[in-house]
Write a protein of this length. Structure first.
Length: 396
């Protein structure tokens, strides 16, 4: 399964990239949207400054301090999503936020107590885990002392400050884990690609090394025999033609093997694609394909890919079940793949090009395809023989 089979709104390029810097203005805007709603706690300080309770100098100083506090908070939290500051810089900026919160509450009144919420969030989001725990506790203690000094302290705000701070430490750990998983996945993909290149190089060497050496040797013999023994030279040329033809057949078979889809890989891809498309999926674990011919496995893999693609793109289904089991029939054992969904079953009245091509592919492998439109959904059943001799006989 590739990203092309996923709906537009769940493709990786349209998702918010956790723990990575924004790549475009749209990406930056989406991340900013997650931050701006939390500025609701600044409503009380803004209302206090616009109420006219303070002198002109105090009001001007309050606006400057509030702008500075908001700018430092947004800079810390937004930068922490992708390219965080160094530890010393973070500590200085967090200390600046805490100092501003204490000074503003003591000088301008208890309406500014909500600033401690942002200090707690910043501590949880930017400081190391152990330091964050101590900083959140110190921030909560400072808020209680300042609130009691200002009078009429709301103790429920203490719970908000502590919970948000510790919640942000969990979010930070989640982001860190996501980044590590992304790096691990990239490493695994790179290692798999390197292993595949090595396997390809090894197979090509085994396939062509002997043939090319033989062709080179016989070409040299034909060149030496050509003037005096043209009949023997012609025999060498005929041998060269036979060896080169066999080498070409071997290369084609090898390339076909590399291009052949594997059922286990398609099952894993189906699970990912259906989940990403917000379809509740029931997909079996990696099957035991011992004794199943490559042609039969390949045909079922193509059938699964086609069925899941139809479910994701056209059916509008919310649930999809994939079953894989072996049945005993009069003609021998068969491997049966069933894909059933609760969608609309598509808009076409007859089988599309995909199902037609899939039917031909299965028949070539000695199998068969059944596509049934249900009352509430669609079912596709693909069967292939397990016995290699039966597959060859049926496909002949």
């Amino acid at each position: 399964m590739t990203d092309d089979t996923l709906p537009e709104d769940v493709r990786p390029e349209n998702a918010i990239r956790i723990g990575q810097p924004p790549r475009s203005r749209g990406d930056a805007f989406r991340k900013l949207v997650w931050i701006l709603p939390w500025l609701i706690f600044l409503g009380s300080p803004v209302q206090d400054l616009t109420s006219g309770h303070h002198s002109a100098a105090a009001t001007a100083a309050g606006w400057v301090a509030l702008a500075t506090f908001t700018g430092v908070y947004l800079t810390l939290v937004f930068r922490n999503m992708g390219r965080p500051f160094q530890g010393r810089t973070v500590a200085v900026m967090v200390a600046l936020l805490g100092t501003l919160a204490v000074v503003l509450c003591l000088t301008l009144g208890g309406a500014w107590i909500g600033l401690f919420v942002y200090v707690s969030v910043t501590c949880g989001a930017t400081l190391p885990l152990r330091g964050a725990y101590w900083a959140i506790g110190a921030n909560a203690l400072a808020m209680v002392l300042v609130g009691l000094h200002a009078g009429d302290f709301d103790w429920s705000l203490l719970l908000v400050v502590v919970l948000l701070g510790f919640a942000m430490t969990g979010v930070k750990q989640l982001v860190r884990t996501t980044v590590e998983l992304r790096k691990a996945r990239a490493t695994v993909a790179q290692l798999a690609a390197n292993e595949e290149r090595l396997r390809l190089a090894r197979d090509l060497h085994d396939l062509l090394g002997h043939s090319l050496s033989l062709i080179t040797l016989k070409s040299e013999l034909a060149g030496r025999m050509l003037p005096d023994h043209p009949d023997k030279a012609a025999q060498q040329v005929a041998d060269i033609e036979q060896v080169s033809r066999q080498a070409l057949v071997d290369v084609r078979e090898a390339v076909t093997g590399y291009r052949r889809p594997r059922l286990s890989a398609e099952l894993a891809g189906a699970q990912v694609a259906l989940t990403a498309a917000q379809v509740t999926a029931e997909v079996p674990a990696e099957p035991d394909l011992t004794g199943v011919p490559d042609e039969s496995e390949s045909a079922l893999a193509w059938a699964l890919r086609e069925a899941v693609t139809n479910v994701v793109r056209h059916s509008g289904a919310t649930r999809c079940t994939v079953e894989l089991l072996t049945r005993q029939t009069l003609d021998g054992r068969v491997l049966e793949l069933t894909v059933e969904d609760n969608g609309s079953g598509g808009s076409g009245k007859g089988p599309g090009n995909g199902l037609t091509g899939l039917t031909e592919r299965l028949e070539k492998a000695g199998g068969a395809l059944e596509a049934t439109r249900l009352k509430h959904g669609f079912r596709l059943v693909a069967r292939v023989p397990v016995d290699a001799s039966a597959a060859v006989g049926s496909g002949a």
